[in-house]
Design a protein around this ligand. Structure first.
Ligand SMILES: *Cc1c(COP(=O)(O)O)cnc(C)c1O
Length: 381
């Protein structure tokens, strides 16, 4: 096993020119972040000038980034760096909820929200979505779910809203959800994995008590890295200090991201702030793309009109082709790849998601042209 290891030394990445994968569109590095990755790639590279608190390092300016810039950016009192959105959710749940408590979450919640709750020993009450085709989450659903948990004699210690969710790109009315939760004294955690770094989000304006974001998903960072913000009331508990180890925050195990991933997030941050200003154009572009795809016979699911670049399509026409195509259900993946396009999962035809984020209209015209050509080519066959 330990001879013949050469294959691990020259690892190449094979991707098409246009990548539609929603997971990846917001995590593409800026040139500055790519340089930071090289500069800070060595292990523990950030620790040269640390006096015991990672978030207080002054050179490079981590302290200013974490304690001044990010709180303003997220609209929270306190922010810390995590390894990702999921680690932020787990830290908040673990700190604020007791084992056996209930957490209420939307039916569109990401699997990592469920795992964070399970790891923290919590029970889950869902707010069901309206189902096909809009999969909408209503604020009143939160009050109803909290009431149901009470009927189980449960203590509800947190609610989570996925904003937007990672399947349909639906933006629920977060302000109304926060109000519903606060009527019961339940804090709201906003999962902004697909929002923070793409679009304007202020936890304070939306009434969220806690917010998480994902650096590698939406903040042009290499990751694993994320942000966890909380209002003073909850930050005090989540970021409590160890009684024995000086200056170390227990929930974060002292230090989180100890090098390059954090530096890539910092290096791309000015560009991220800048790109958020173009969010209205991103939404307009997504809607334009939806209209064109529907003209080709596919059907967008979720919010209409759509308010996010993550778009879910139902495609009965492509499913029909998969029934007759020589490559079966892999035809779409292979044919798109022949057009220089990747990012739709191999084997999916009847329903799939994609993202238009950061792609030019010309690139999206190429994508639309590819879909059209593929559909026509099988109509002839
Ligand atoms: C991708 C995603 C996550 C996970 O983010 P990580 O930073 O990788 O933990 C969580 N929630 C949603 C809605 C996501 O789309």
């Amino acid at each position: 096993m330990l001879d013949n290891l050469e294959k691990f030394t020259n690892l190449k990445r094979d991707i098409a020119q246009i990548n539609l994968d929603p997971l990846q569109r917001g995590g593409i590095l800026t040139p500055a972040a790519r340089a930071a990755l090289m500069e800070w790639g060595d292990g523990y590279s950030i620790c040269d000038f640390c006096a015991g608190r990672l978030d207080r390092i002054k050179t490079p300016p981590v302290e200013e980034f974490v304690h001044e810039v990010l709180p303003e950016f997220l609209g929270t009192d306190e922010v810390r760096i995590t390894h990702g959105a999921r680690e932020g959710k787990f830290a908040a749940m673990h700190a604020l909820c007791e084992k056996g408590d209930w957490v209420v979450m939307d039916g569109n919640a990401h699997y990592t929200t469920v795992l964070a709750a399970e790891r923290a020993g919590l029970k889950i009450e869902y707010v069901p979505s309206s189902g096909e085709p809009s999969y909408a989450i209503r604020a009143e659903g939160y009050a109803e779910a909290i009431e149901r948990a009470y009927e189980h004699k449960g203590n509800v210690s947190m609610a989570v809203l996925t904003y937007p969710d990672g399947n349909y790109g639906n933006m629920a009315d977060a302000r109304a959800v926060a109000d519903a939760c606060h009527d019961y004294g339940v804090p709201l955690l906003l999962n902004g994995a697909y929002a923070v770094g793409r679009m304007p989000v202020s936890a304070r304006d939306l009434g969220a008590d806690i917010i998480v974001g994902s650096g590698h998903k939406s903040m042009a960072a290499s990751g694993p890295v994320g942000v966890l913000g909380a209002s003073e009331e909850y930050a005090r508990i989540i970021f409590r200090l160890s009684p024995t180890k000086k200056n170390k925050e227990v929930e974060l195990l002292g230090c989180t991201v100890r090098g390059a991933p954090l530096l890539t997030m910092m290096a791309s941050f000015p560009a991220v702030v800048e790109r958020i200003r173009s969010w209205p154009e991103e939404v307009e572009k997504a809607r334009w793309f939806v209209a064109k795809m529907e003209r080709l016979g596919m059907e967008q699911q979720g919010d209409r009109p759509h308010n996010h670049d993550l778009i879910f399509f139902k495609a009965e026409n492509l499913y029909a082709i998969s029934q007759i195509a020589k490559k079966g259900r892999y035809f779409l993946y292979r044919d798109l790849k022949d057009h220089g396009i990747c990012g739709i999962k191999p084997g999916l035809t009847r329903q799939f998601k994609l993202s238009t984020f950061g792609l030019s209209r010309a690139e999206l015209e190429t994508v639309l042209g590819a879909f059209e050509e593929i559909i026509i080519s099988y109509a002839k066959a």
